[in-house]
Write a protein that binds this ligand. Sequence first.
Ligand code: SAM
Length: 331
Amino acid sequence: MSLTDKFGRPITDLRISITDRCNYKCIYCRTGNEGALYGDLPFQDYLRMARVLVGMGVTKIRLTGGEPLLRQGVVGFVRDLAQLRPSNGHKEPLDIALTTNGHLLAGLAQPLKAAGLSRVTVSMDAVDPDRFTRITRVPGGYDHVLAGIRAARRAGLWPLKVNCVLMRGFNEDQIIPFGMFAREEGVTVRFIEFMPLEEDRQWTPNTVVTLDEILARMAEYRPLVEIPHARSETARRYRFDDGVGEIGIIAPVSHPFCGQCSRIRITSDGKIRTCLFSVWDHDLHAHMQRGASDEELADFIRGVVQKKEERHHIGEPDFVPASRTMVHIGG
Ligand code: SAM
C-alpha cells in the first residue's frame, strides 16, 4: 500500500513530536516565556500511529519536539519503533532519526544508537559560547551541545548534521566560523532560512539570510562546489573545493521545495499536520480514543493526505500564519 497526495507526491516521511516542552528559548522560535503547552501522549499511542503509517508506505520517522530528549522513555520508544518493518517491498530497515538541541545528548547518544536510532541532527546556531547563550537564552548550554555532538559521532550516529537557523542581526556573522567548524568536526553543517513560525511574530523578509547570501559569504572563506542531491532532499549540498567539509542550505523561503515534499507530521497531542504552514490540523488521536480500528485510522489518514497543501505562501500578500508555531508543531 502506498500513500500519495492529490498532487502525486508520495508520503514516505513522518515526523513525530513527542513533547512540545523545550529547555531552550531560541529567539527565532520561542518567546522568553514558557508559552502554551498542548501536552503529550503515552508512547504506545505514537507507536500505534507510527505502525499504521509504516504499513501505508512511510519509510522514515524523525522524532522531534519541543525537545524530544526531555521525554523520559525516549530510548525505549526508539527500540519499539526499530521493530517496525517498512511495507511495500522496501528492502531497507525503517530509518529512525532525531532532531535535538543536543543539550542532553552526551549521555543518551550511545543508548539511542543501541536502541536502533540511525542518525541525529543537532540544532546549534552559533559556534561561540556567548552568542550561543544570547540566542538560546539559557546560560551554559554551548559546552553541553558540543559534548553531545562529539558523543553522537563516537556512538556512530551517522551522518551527523548540525542545523543553524540564520536570522539577520543575530548570527549571520557565524557563516564562516560554521564553515570552519564543519571541516574541523567532520559534520555536515546545514543553514536554514528563518521562516515565519516563531512565537514572537518578528519575521519580515529582511530578517531572512538567503541561500545566495550564504554562498557569497562562504566563498570569501573557501570556494564551495555543489554536490548533486536526491530530489526528495530538502537541502542543497556543497563541498569545499579541497573535499573537506560538507555544507547544506535549506532555503524554503528563497527556493521553496514544496513540489518534492514527502512529509506529514504528528504533533505531540496526536494531530496530523500536512504542512508546516497548515491553518488547521486533523485529530488522529481523537479517532483512536473513539475506538477506531487500524483500518479506520488508515482511511482517516488517507483522507487527510488528500488535503495536503500544494505549497506555502511565505512572503506573499495572501500569506496566513500557521495555526501553530514551530515548537508546538515539531520541526
Ligand atoms: N528542540 C529540537 C531542536 O532544537 O532541534 C527539535 C525541535 S526544533 C522546533 C526543530 C528545528 O526547527 C530546529 O532545527 C530549529 O532550529 C528549527 N526552527 C525553529 N524555529 C524555526 C524558524 N522560525 N525558522 C526555521 N527553523 C526553525
